[in-house]
Write a protein that binds this ligand. Structure first.
Ligand SMILES: NC(=O)c1ccc[n+]([C@@H]2O[C@H](COP(=O)([O-])OP(=O)(O)OC[C@H]3O[C@@H](n4cnc5c(N)ncnc54)[C@H](O)[C@@H]3O)[C@@H](O)[C@H]2O)c1
Length: 256
């Protein structure tokens, strides 16, 4: 089925665009007509995504940039680079960069706690702030920021005290940003994926995956494209009256 064309003339930046969910978001946005900035700490993977993007619409121009979302300097440099290239800030931003460093609470090193918070939570803060500042300064009348939390931020997950804390934080941050930025026409929403088939979950032992799959009502893990579909809806005007929400993309996992 051909994708609808809801993002023609939009400029979108997607962090974590080099892999998994971020890559699928870049592909979906490009298929809907957006110009896409693929941003990732791994420039090689960002370039691989870039090469896979369709350019079928007039004015559609994609680029790849290296960024470390946990560094203010790096994030600000990226936003400046984008504005130089396109003469406007991105009006759509998806913060899909994320990491795990799993360990039981009783054994977790402080550095592993800090690193996950820095990338997942502080990275989301830095992106949201830099993009919304640029949008407000440009006088743009609308924007859509889509953050990536996780269903485990709501329910907890053994071995992920750092990750679940970071993702719960992302949800709170998104709701606050939605309240503060709505007067500038900027909507902020969060997607909460469940267990999605990406390099991140390829690290999870097969035994654990089959146990989880057995409790997912839809009976399988999700695909990155299924999260990207929801992000495209949240980026587009189809969701113009929606802000501050979290959308679970979990196949029904943990619905209660
Ligand atoms: N896969 C899942 O089941 C799942 C579930 C819930 C939430 N999520 C979230 O979805 C997002 C994407 O996850 P994924 O499964 O696609 O993982 P992934 O590992 O396939 O991709 C993550 C990408 O983020 C990039 N990245 C890591 N640190 C970065 C940094 N400091 N700056 C910029 N880029 C950086 C990586 O290079 C990689 O390309 C993450 O935030 C993750 O926490 C994933």
């Amino acid at each position: 089925m051909a994708a609808p064309l809801r993002l023609i003339s939009r400029l979108a930046v997607v962090t974590g665009g080099g892999s998994g969910i971020g890559r699928a978001v870049c592909q979906r946005f490009a298929a809907e007509g957006a110009s896409v900035v693929v941003a990732d700490v791994s420039e090689g993977s960002a370039n691989q995504t870039l090469e896979s993007l369709p350019r079928e619409h007039r004015g559609q121009e994609h680029m790849a940039v290296g960024v470390d979302v946990s560094s203010r300097e790096s994030v600000e440099r990226m936003v400046t680079t984008i504005q130089r290239q396109y003469f406007q800030p991105p009006s759509v931003c998806v913060t899909a960069a994320g990491i795990t460093q799993d360990e039981f609470l009783l054994k977790m090193e402080e550095d592993d706690f800090d690193r996950v918070i820095q990338v997942n939570l502080k990275g989301t803060f830095l992106l949201t702030q830099a993009v919304s500042k640029a949008l407000v300064a440009s006088g743009s009348s609308k924007g859509s920021i889509i953050t990536v939390g996780s269903i485990v931020g709501k329910v907890g997950n053994i071995g992920q005290v750092n990750y679940t804390a970071s993702k719960a934080g992302v949800e709170g941050l998104t709701r606050t940003a939605a309240k503060e930025l709505s007067r500038f026409g900027i909507r902020c929403n969060c997607v909460l994926p469940g267990f999605i088939n990406t390099p991140m979950t390829h690290k999870v032992p097969e035994k654990v995956i089959s146990k989880i799959t057995s409790i997912i009502p839809l009976g399988r893990m999700g695909e990155p494209a299924e999260v990207a579909d929801v992000c495209a809806f949240l980026a587009s005007d189809d969701s113009r009256y929606i802000t501050g929400i979290s959308v679970e993309v979990t196949g029904g996992l943990f619905i209660g």
